[in-house]
Write a protein that binds this ligand. Structure first.
Ligand code: WT7
Length: 654
């Protein structure tokens, strides 16, 4: 099949590869035999992952695939996630630090495992007093403050699934997620600092609550004290509740392996966000295992994942994975260039950070700022570097390897998604050769392939759609209360139920290299990836067409040197609506109000028409080409070919 059969072009082959550094190999948690072990003994080998945890009762069956694709893992097993992240470490590691928190105003807090256990118990007791019971969904709308993981673990202790809503989301987005999850409890805060300025978070939460159906019990963390722009009113105060329950013990509720641990909403092609459901046994085993095998976490490490807990990366690799393994996890509230551009490296030196896991967009910023910043600090404690969230260009990979890792740390480029729960495609550090730009082979036990539009495997070197053709313990179980959409979105495209073939489609493009390595080419659905944040174009479009004076809008992703992609909005104004700067601003504001500032368009282009096929379909690919200043593909199928030139001119003027 021609390479562009499904609209993808393979990227230039990157031949260069690197051996795992010898010193790392000697101490790595896993070795070569692991690939073979999983091949020989699948799915039973997945017990390796489950065995990293403490179970109240052992599973009877590793994988139940009777009702595909509704797989179940570690069936019959019982456990509690909070027990696994806290209680079981108390004897050996009670006095070791669980969380090192660095606040934006250089506020510092350390919680030992004993202290974190105490906090979590007190908060669990408080939530229980407020009426939270097993299976109630608790919404956590909090920034990067220690109360967030404390509340997550308190929920887990009670068997109440949490639904964390990233603090950068708007009031509307909060309300939409609370309603979708039927959540009657909210934990939020009065505000937080960004670059030294206090932000009014409570105001946003209240605005959201105003449109939530049903009664909501609200708890507010007092983060800003006197700096708080809004005062806590009728809400419960987190600190008071905790103090009142100080010293309480709450017995962890024993949960079935398949019971929901949490929900996380993520964007897809259609308007409404998807409520991804993760379970207690499979998810926790999976993130503990990948933290062990890929991040090489050992209890004595000081490990830093510089993501936000409001997204899946933080759930899996700031909170659950590292704490399940009893290590020290660093939680950083601020931005990497505040108060100065050497901030991360200063903290690496100060805390003796052993692993750093961050996003390509951050690495490209570090590159831009210059190697002199990291060079100023002692980074010799670093043993491993990781990246996640978007494709990393080979240049950024090599810069990271050289200027941060001093060519002595393996770099793991980990492909995965909210839906997969944890890492899926990556080299194993200390085992596999690394090729900049290529994520690597699927993890042991994971089976992935690249297929053409009919689902047939492509030949090496070709581009196609990435598929996963075996279940794995960390997989989403369904979309919350929407099995049908779960089947439609992920399974329908490439599965063949008649032949009992179930194939998961992550909606990414990929290229299969000769050596079995996979190079990820990015989303093939209508999702834009800005700084590793997943933004649904339909969600942005629906925010824009809600603005009075907008007749029609199309949103696409254009390339961006730092953020990977940027949001481009093409807008047709209604008759009589002047195309002014202030109207542009109103459009941007609408996106901020509906979704959040992270989704704001970087360009709003007014155009008299959108390029459409004769059947009336908007040609997004053409709009992307225009955004990127690329040569345009075939425009002969357009109903209105002349419009292209007009739009190009409009972009030029932008
Ligand atoms: C999408 C998932 C995984 C946690 C953070 C994002 C892209 C993720 C990589 C990578 C190339 C990547 C994919 C994926 N992506 N990691 N290493 N190389 N692309 O989670 O918000 O669910 O987004 O991020 O396109 O589908 P998410």
């Amino acid at each position: 099949m021609p390479e562009d059969d499904i609209g993808l072009e393979a990227r230039l082959d990157e031949q260069e590869s690197f051996e795992p550094p010898a010193a790392f190999v000697e101490q790595a948690n896993v070795s070569e035999e692991i690939h073979e072990a999983f091949e020989q003994n699948w799915p039973a080998e997945w017990e390796r992952a489950a065995n990293l945890l403490s179970w109240n009762s052992e599973w009877d069956q590793v994988l139940d695939d009777d009702n595909e694709p509704f797989y179940e893992w570690f069936v019959g097993g019982e456990l509690n996630a909070s027990h696994n992240c806290l209680d079981r470490h108390l004897d050996d590691r009670g006095d070791e630090v669980a969380i090192e928190w660095i606040g934006e105003d250089d506020d510092r807090r350390s919680y030992t495992y004993s202290e974190l256990h105490e906090e979590v118990n007190a908060v669990a007791a408080a939530l229980r007093e407020l009426g939270v019971e097993a299976d109630d969904v608790v919404t956590l709308y909090l920034p990067m403050i220690p109360e967030l993981p404390v509340a997550m673990l308190a929920c887990a202790r009670l068997g109440a699934p949490h639904s964390v809503v990233f603090a950068g989301f708007s009031a509307n987005a909060l309300a939409e997620r609370m309603d979708a999850a039927d959540s009657g409890t909210l934990v939020t805060c009065d505000g937080y600092y960004r670059r030294g300025d206090p932000l009014d978070h409570l105001q946003k939460a209240r605005e959201g609550l105003a449109s939530v159906d049903g009664d909501v019990t609200t708890v507010v963390v007092d983060r800003l004290g006197e700096d708080a722009p809004s005062e806590v009113g009728a809400e419960h105060v987190f600190g008071d509740l905790r103090d009142r329950h100080a010293g309480a013990t709450v017995e962890p509720v024993s949960r079935d392996a398949e019971d929901m641990l949490f929900l996380m909403y993520t964007s897809g092609t259609t308007g409404k966000p998807k409520g991804v459901k993760h379970t207690t046994g499979g998810y926790l085993s999976y993130v503990a295992w990948t933290s062990h095998a890929v991040l090489d976490i050992k209890p004595e490490d000081t490990y830093w994942c510089a993501a936000d807990i409001g997204w899946i990366t933080g759930h899996s690799y700031i909170v659950y994975g590292p704490l399940a393994l009893g290590t020290t996890t660093v939680m950083y509230e601020g931005t990497p260039d505040y108060p100065h551009k050497g901030r991360l490296w200063e903290l690496v030196e100060e805390y003796g950070v052993t692993q750093l896991y961050t996003a390509p967009t951050a690495i490209r910023s570090f590159m831009k700022w210059g190697a002199e910043y990291p060079a100023e600090y002692d980074r010799s404690s670093l043993r491993l570097l990781g990246t996640v969230g978007e494709p990393i260009n080979p240049r950024a990979w090599k810069w990271y390897y050289k200027h941060i890792g001093d060519e002595s740390c393996p770099v793991v480029d980990t492909w995965w998604q909210t839906e997969t729960g944890g890492m899926m495609i990556t080299t194993l550090p200390g085992v596999d050769r690394m090729k900049p730009g290529s994520a690597g082979p699927p993890l042991p036990g994971v089976s992935a392939d690249v297929v053409d539009s009919r689902g047939h495997p492509v030949e090496a070197g070709q581009a196609g759609h990435l598929v996963v053709n075996r279940p794995w313990p960390g997989m989403l179980r369904t979309l919350y209360q929407n099995d049908e959409r779960f089947l439609d979105e992920y399974w329908q495209t490439y599965s063949n139920p008649d032949r009992d073939e179930w194939v998961y489609f992550p909606e990414d493009g990929a290229k299969l290299d000769d050596d079995g390595y996979l190079t990820i080419l990015g989303r093939v659905d209508d999702v834009i990836n800005v700084s590793g944040h997943r933004i649904g174009t339909m969600e942005v479009e629906s925010a824009i067409v809600g603005v009075e004076g907008v007749a029609e809008a199309a949103v696409v992703g254009g390339e961006h040197d730092i953020t990977g992609e940027a949001v481009y909005a093409y807008v047709i104004t209604a008759d009589g609506q002047p195309e002014t700067e202030s109207f542009r601003e109103a459009i941007v504001e609408a996106v901020e109000t509906d979704i959040g500032p992270f989704a704001r368009p970087s360009a709003v282009v007014f155009t008299p028409e959108l390029p459409k096929t004769r059947s009336g379909k908007i040609m997004r690919r053409l709009l992307e080409d225009i955004a990127n200043g690329d040569e345009l593909g075939n425009t002969s199928t357009l109903r209105n070919p002349d419009v292209v030139h007009d739009i190009e001119t409009a972009v030029g003027e932008e």
